[in-house]
Design a protein around this ligand. Structure first.
Ligand code: SIN
Ligand code: FE2
Length: 240
């Protein structure tokens, strides 16, 4: 027997199942009614993997909650002295930090004085399988930056350039509220494309696009069944 259901209705039903939390069989059935993951090529070296992480959202929210119990979100200071509106923390062998001394990776969380929480296996596998699906096999991230966006917060155009190994791609997992991702070019003045990213979408870029400028437009208000009025982004990198 085949069951058909419109994507919108499937999503509504799935949200209902998530509210009832714990009904895995119902959740699995409903997620099987959603549109399948799809690959959207942004360039020869960058893709959006639509819905790639959608069947892992409950596990990912639990992992984020556990990490942020040990290493809470904080609003870091830029080298220029501005406090970032996006909350940040890390897991993995190295964590990205910024303060008056500059941008860099640190093995120790400067707030807690102990190493960042280890990267959960579920994170590592998700990042490696997304990279492989995007054409970058063998990705072994050692750093995961976790960003917290509340309505109104934004991330200005920047490039990820503090990593030692620029041959590895960037894998970026969107969770919670939808946001407009700004995907620019190799020059800051290249007008960025605006790409709506929803919970479970994964963007991967590397190769000739490894140093593209990117950012996030101000986050609109909303209510996500698992993440409330927040968006969380996991950025996996090979930093060391
Ligand atoms: C980042 O570039 O650090 C995060 C991008 C995003 O939140 O989508
Ligand atoms: Fe970035």
């Amino acid at each position: 027997m085949s069951i058909t259901c419109s994507p919108v209705r499937a999503r509504t039903l799935r949200r209902y199942a998530q509210f009832r939390s714990g009904d895995r069989a119902l959740e699995d059935l409903l997620s099987s009614l959603e549109p399948a993951p799809a690959v959207e090529q942004l360039s020869g070296a960058a893709v959006v993997l639509r819905r790639f992480a959608r069947d892992k959202l409950s596990a990912l929210v639990a992992a984020v909650n556990e990490i942020t119990t040990g290493a809470p979100f904080r609003n870091m200071i830029t080298p220029g002295g501005f406090r970032m509106s996006v909350g940040m923390t890390n897991c993995g062998r190295a964590g990205w930090v910024t303060d008056r001394k500059g941008y860099r990776y640190e093995p120790i969380d400067p707030i807690t004085g102990v190493p960042w929480p280890p990267m959960p296996d579920a994170f590592r596998h998700l990042a490696a399988s997304a990279a492989e699906a995007a054409g970058y096999p063998g990705f072994e991230p050692d750093a995961c930056l976790i960003n917290l966006y509340e309505p109104g917060t934004r991330l200005s155009l920047h490039r990820d350039e503090n990593e030692l190994d620029l041959t590895a791609p960037i894998v970026s997992v969107s969770l919670g509220l939808p946001a407009v991702f700004l995907f620019g070019g190799n020059s800051r003045s290249d007008r960025p494309r605006r790409i709506l990213l929803e919970s479970g979408d994964v963007v991967v870029w590397g190769g000739p696009d490894r140093l593209v400028y990117h950012g996030v437009a101000p986050l609109p208000d909303g209510d996500d069944p698992l993440f409330g009025n927040r968006r969380i982004n996991l950025t996996f990198r090979k930093a060391l």
